[in-house]
Design a protein around this ligand. Structure first.
Ligand code: ZN
Length: 73
């Protein structure tokens, strides 16, 4: 599967909500930032904090595309 915007191969990542923003990270152990999707102003005890799901992403030239990999089938 490739990116609908720029046709690059999609990579595996995690959609993750932390104290500051929604972001794409490489995995839940390292939490290396791939890109920030958007900031939020949730309280740090909000139920959404630490929410995460497996996604596939493209960040080629700041493409910032991602898709839930469960919907890939
Ligand atoms: Zn792309």
């Amino acid at each position: 599967m490739s990116c609908p915007n720029c046709n690059q191969p999609l990579l595996n990542g995690i959609y993750y909500c932390d104290d500051n923003d929604y972001k794409i990270i490489d995995n839940l152990n390292d939490k290396n930032l791939i890109f920030i999707f958007k900031a939020h102003d949730l309280r740090s005890d909000d139920i959404e904090i630490n929410d995460n799901s497996v996604i596939k992403y493209c960040n080629f030239q700041n493409c910032k595309y991602f898709i839930n990999s469960l919907s890939e089938n």
